[in-house]
Design a protein around this ligand. Structure first.
Ligand code: NAI
Length: 434
């Protein structure tokens, strides 16, 4: 960490291509561009040294440059070994941002990359803000560099799995600074997790395999926000979808959305495609692998690679692994082939390019608002996990309406009074579930 590496990417020559795609993405990210217009001159993030660890894609490049327009210094790593888009990383590096990310790194390189983001510039000044996705950066700082914690104002965490880790810390009393839960902004989890996966799940399976979706039996494990989007994605492509769940509410939702809901032990036998979307471990294990049909496709769209028991597969049938192309591997289990995508890591970022810009603009506008709030007002918060207030959630949505031609009706005073709100919002109580 002490020697300064200005950046590390796959190929800096990809920068020009990356820049062109970043420009296209900007037009699809009205929330971020509105924040640039509003705060570009006053630069409220001046002095902030934000270390970010989040899939280094084209959309993330627009987030990074938004934080910079608002005055922040930024360093970046990717939160997954396969999720970097090398042209995005190159464009960001060429513009002078210390970014350490390339597609297909190993785990040791992954940790090295995160570590590079902790200290800024040749002066090696430590980070004072964390922007995380999944908690790997947070864990590195708090477990391996605890002396840095006192100088850090706060954390904004992108995803379900990372928020779980933060809540564990709150329970254990080991969260030394306030954190914002971005995931549970309505304009994040009810959009990115759901409508994002609705587009990116099938995109990933197609790019990886070119398999005909229509008519196939697809099994989706978990019917939370990601599972709902994933099941809709597969149904939209013509697959016959079976859902598995452990929560009676989500199981009932799946059934009433028209899906069969079965136990994984039975569903796996019928599956042509299995997608895990639980954020839990041990969803596809030995018994399921053994019961799959020949040439079944198995992948995961949850954050970590322990939803599918890759350790068992590699331990027992690793010798049969036959790589068709990067992130597409064929294993043979007692005469039957199984196709595993992205080595069990999140498939939409490993085999495709993640979610489209427009939906990520919602997530990243929340991220930017949380960074602003923590940078300016961290002392107002305890060392707990917060969500952004509803008026900001509604603002994020509002910033995305014009682009798609949405016209809102407005409440008059009588109507507002009748339902107990003000004409300007917030329009719902905090208990409302959307
Ligand atoms: P969620 O909590 O809304 O949904 C998870 C669902 O899985 C729950 O309904 C739960 O009851 C169910 N579940 C848990 N254990 C199960 C089991 N053994 N069998 C069947 N179902 C089970 O969480 P969300 O937001 O859907 O996130 C899921 C995962 O996806 C997390 O790891 C999250 O970080 C990740 N994620 C991935 C994205 C991507 O682009 N690939 C985007 C957003 C989140």
């Amino acid at each position: 960490t002490k020697t300064y590496v200005p950046y590390k990417v796959k190929d800096i020559a990809l920068a020009e291509w990356g820049r062109k795609e970043i420009q296209l993405a900007e037009a699809e990210m009205p929330g971020l561009m509105a924040l640039r217009a509003q705060y570009g001159e006053s630069k409220p993030l001046q002095g902030a040294r934000i270390a970010g660890c989040l899939h280094m894609t084209i959309q993330t490049a627009v987030l990074i440059e938004t934080l910079q327009v608002l005055g922040a210094d930024v360093t970046w790593s990717s939160c997954n070994i396969f999720s970097t888009q090398d042209h995005a990383a190159a464009a960001i590096a060429a513009a002078g941002t210390p970014v350490y990310a390339w597609k297909g790194m190993n785990e040791e390189e992954f940790n090295w990359c995160i570590e590079q983001t902790l200290f800024f510039g040749e002066e090696r000044q430590p980070l004072n803000m964390i922007l995380d996705d999944g908690g790997d950066l947070t864990n590195m700082v708090l477990n391996q560099f605890p002396e840095l914690a006192a100088g850090i104002k706060g954390i904004s965490e992108e995803t379900t799995t990372g928020v779980l880790r933060l809540m564990d810390r709150v329970k254990a009393g080991t969260l030394p600074m306030p954190a914002f839960n971005i995931n549970d902004s309505v304009t994040k989890s009810k959009f990115d997790n759901k409508y994002g996966c609705k587009e990116s799940c099938v995109d990933a399976i197609r790019r990886a395999t070119d398999v005909m979706m229509a008519g196939k039996v697809a099994v989706v494990a978990g019917y939370g926000d990601v599972g709902k989007g994933t099941a809709a994605s597969l149904r939209g492509a013509g697959a016959r979808v079976i859902v598995t769940e452990i929560d009676p509410i989500c199981a009932l939702q799946a059934a009433m959305d028209g899906f069969e809901v079965k136990k994984m032990a039975d569903a796996a036998k019928r599956a042509d495609i299995v997608v895990t979307a639980t954020g839990n471990c041990d969803i596809i294990t030995e018994q399921h692998f053994r019961s799959l049909k020949d040439k079944a496709i198995v992948c995961n769209i949850g954050h970590f690679d322990d939803e599918i028991d890759m350790a068992w597969l590699n331990g027992n049938y690793g010798h049969t692994k036959n790589t068709i192309k990067p992130q597409v591997d064929l294993y043979t289990i007692d005469g039957k082939d199984v196709i595993v995508l992205a080595e069990g890591r999140l498939v939409n970022l490993g085999c495709a390019t993640g979610h489209p810009s427009f939906v990520m603009s919602n997530s990243f506008t929340n991220q930017t608002l949380a960074q602003l709030e923590l940078w300016q007002n961290a002392d107002k918060y305890e060392n707990k996990v917060y969500t952004l207030p509803k008026h900001l959630d509604e603002m994020v949505a509002r910033l995305h309406l014009e682009k798609i031609g949405v016209e809102l009706d407005e409440l008059n005073a009588k109507q507002a009074g009748y339902i107990g709100v003000t004409p300007e919002g917030p329009f719902k109580s905090d208990l409302y579930r959307y």
